[in-house]
Ligand binder design. Structure first.
Ligand code: AHG
Ligand code: MN
Ligand code: MN
Length: 374
């Protein structure tokens, strides 16, 4: 006889022998264990653990790792805002939120209506939390001061993948939480390396709305249920070290530097080339969706430096995209670099700083990074 642990609902009801189905009281945070025989596999006993909600997870996780309750409150505030954003994204044309806003952000990118709406929802929510000292957003030129006595700084990309909004393809919200250094709040307060992040996460508005959260002690994945609750559906996903899948915008190939040209040429050469295996390619054009795919099944994601604009070392932003997602990738066993050094060790110089990105399965990221160092 073998005992398996799993989540409630993992077996179809018809597979559970009701004759033996009963609940026993167990310790916190799980209220009950359900013990059942799987009729497809009667020699196995399945002990089913009810899936914790986000608030149950936070309560348990903060206590286990002795993290401040205020950090949990900031995470909860961000997640509430993301739920509101999710509602707007789902409504789409029905709520009149699709299309261009008719404005540009500090990076001279045309804003979509939902970029502006998501940004405002996050600012409004975070402004009500006294633990938030200030925030910085991809869509705001300067940081926004909230409560000088607050302990935390929140940085976010309110809507990532905005070119996909109007075509009903996955988009997301990415966030990063830092401790506020002592003294008056200034831009400098935010310019901390990715390693200093106390938490990061993203919400993916895809076929399911999912939250991926990291408080620097592993990665938890939650799915928004029909009742509006985030329920933990996965704990500590592990990114395979090796992969056969890469993600890059191939249309920029002619602009890349020689090491990236060589790396991609080697992947395209397949099993008769130097890497000795065939690779598949994916490009969603929402970084948050690419990183979620890599978290679930491995892969390498790249947005390299290219020759188009010497002032821009890459397209993606260090503080709102690369750092928060790199923390999650590292905690899940992957790695992340700017082709020269570990992403999380970069000392930021500006709030809207851009960076070259190579992240995902360790074997590929290390190989691509090594090519840049030769
Ligand atoms: P954002 O919508 O926040 O500006 O970010 C879009 C980013 C990223 O999500 C994605 O990987 C990349 O831009 C897509 O770039 P291409 O347009 O070159 O495909
Ligand atoms: Mn983005
Ligand atoms: Mn964005």
């Amino acid at each position: 006889m073998r005992v398996e642990y799993g989540h409630a609902n993992r077996l179809p009801e018809s597979n559970i022998s009701t004759q033996f189905k009963f609940n026993v009281t167990a310790c916190e945070p799980y209220q009950t264990f359900q013990v059942a025989f799987n009729t497809d596999n009667p020699q196995n006993i399945l002990i089913e653990l009810p899936m914790p909600t986000l608030s149950q997870f936070l309560q348990q996780h903060l206590a286990e790792h002795q993290l401040p309750a205020e950090l949990g409150s900031v995470v909860s505030t961000i997640v509430q805002a993301c739920q509101t954003i999710s509602g707007q994204v789902r409504q789409g044309a029905l709520a009149g939120v699709l299309g261009e806003a008719g404005s540009s952000n500090v990076q001279d990118e045309a804003q979509k209506k939902l970029d502006v709406i998501a940004n405002q929802i996050l600012i409004d929510s975070l402004s009500t939390n006294p633990a938030v000292a200030g925030l910085a957003s991809e869509e705001e030129e300067q940081f926004v001061s909230i409560n000088e006595q607050g302990r935390y700084l929140v940085l976010f990309d309110p809507l990532d993948g905005s070119s996909n909004i109007d075509i009903n393809i996955s988009v997301g919200t990415i966030f990063s939480i830092l401790e506020k250094p002592a003294g008056p709040l200034s831009t400098q307060s935010f310019l901390q390396s990715g390693r200093a992040q106390v938490a990061s996460g993203y919400t993916l508005y895809g076929p399911q709305t999912q939250l991926v959260l990291c408080l620097s002690h592993g990665v938890a994945v939650f799915t928004l249920d029909a009742g509006g609750q985030f329920v933990q559906t996965q704990l500590n996903p592990k990114i395979p070290q090796a992969t056969r899948e890469f993600a890059i915008n191939m249309s920029n190939q002619r602009h890349w530097q020689p090491p990236m040209q060589q790396y991609i040429a080697e992947l395209l050469a397949g099993e008769t080339g130097p890497r000795g295996k065939n690779y598949n390619m994916r490009w969603v054009a929402s970084m948050v969706a690419e990183i979620h795919r890599i978290l679930m099944r491995g892969g390498i994601f790249m947005y390299p430096k290219d020759a188009r604009d010497p002032a821009k070392p890459g397209k993606l932003r260090l503080m709102y995209e690369a750092n928060p997602l790199s923390l999650i990738i590292e905690q899940a066993g992957g790695t992340s670099t700017n082709a020269r050094e570990s992403m999380l060790d970069i000392q930021p110089e500006g709030l809207h700083q851009r960076v070259a990105v190579i992240m995902g399965s360790r074997e590929e990221v290390d190989y691509a990074t090594r090519l840049h160092q030769q």
